[in-house]
Design a protein around this ligand. Structure first.
Ligand SMILES: [Zn+2]
Length: 264
């Protein structure tokens, strides 16, 4: 089990080895994930991933791994989802500066290793820029971890046949939420989303070598209604979600062990 940063007293925190302890900072979002999955999907995944990482470390005999889990940052950069009901976003500069200030506080207490667990793709570009600035300006070592091993064969094996556009709010993310609490998902309301405008393009896609700054209205149902999710959540199950969480945590362990050894 990874200890929560917020659970330590000041007295305990004074005794933490700041040189070696990794602060794991999970970065969530508060944004629409289709008709069926909750607005807090990325936060829910973030919390589940912290738990899974703890379990995966223990399974490898790493019972005293020097890591503290920071509270999940509940709002991120969700500009692309802002026109769908319930989505809340920070502006890019606000998000950057908030994470920068948190990092400065942690560095002020002597922490050298910050590991950002990116649980929403929209947060990733900010964290990439931020981590280089932190390293250069504060001389600390910022690391970036991805919350979903969505390209891993064991994860891809959970995706239903023909569901080729699955990513945001699709079968994988919906399954991950179901693994935590099935009652939060209203699968009967789900509708599949595909990027209809790009569907027949050879080169220009929402991501890839030639891409566009997409907005979630680009993702539509077959009959052209903006639905804001990529993929078809219909085949989501809690069992698939457990497999995805477990695999996603497991692939992070070799990197975390090397972060532990890292001398910045
Ligand atoms: Zn998400």
């Amino acid at each position: 089990m990874i200890r929560n940063y917020r659970d330590l007293t000041r007295w305990e925190m004074e005794r933490v080895d700041k040189e070696e302890t990794i602060i794991l900072i999970p970065l969530g979002a508060l944004e629409q994930h289709g008709n069926q999955a909750p607005l807090g999907t990325d936060d829910i995944i973030a919390e589940a991933m912290v738990e899974e990482i703890g379990k995966a470390l223990e399974a490898e005999g790493e019972t005293d791994f020097p890591m503290l889990a920071f509270p999940v940052i509940p709002v991120g950069l969700s500009t692309e989802h802002k026109n769908f009901c319930g989505s809340v976003t920070l502006r890019p500069d606000t998000y950057y500066h908030m994470l920068y200030d948190i990092s400065v506080s942690l560095a002020h207490h002597g922490f050298k290793k910050l590991a950002f667990l990116v649980c929403h793709g929209g947060n990733a570009p900010i964290v990439q820029v931020l981590s280089r600035e932190l390293r250069s300006e504060l001389g600390i070592s910022p690391f970036i971890l991805s919350s979903g091993a969505f390209g891993h064969p064991d994860v891809l094996a959970t995706v239903s046949e023909g569901n080729i556009w699955d990513f945001h709010g699709g079968e994988m993310e919906t399954s991950m939420v179901m693994a935590v609490d099935e009652s939060l998902v209203k699968l009967e309301l789900s509708e599949a989303g595909i990027p209809t405008a790009f569907e027949h393009n050879e080169a220009l896609k929402p991501y890839g070598n030639v891409s566009i700054g997409w907005v979630s209205e680009d993702w539509r149902t077959k009959d052209g209604k903006p639905i804001g999710i990529g993929g078809d959540p219909a085949g989501a199950t809690a069992e698939k979600g457990r497999k995805i969480l477990e695999t996603s945590a497991k692939v992070l362990i070799p990197g975390l062990k090397e972060i532990r050894k890292w001398k910045g």
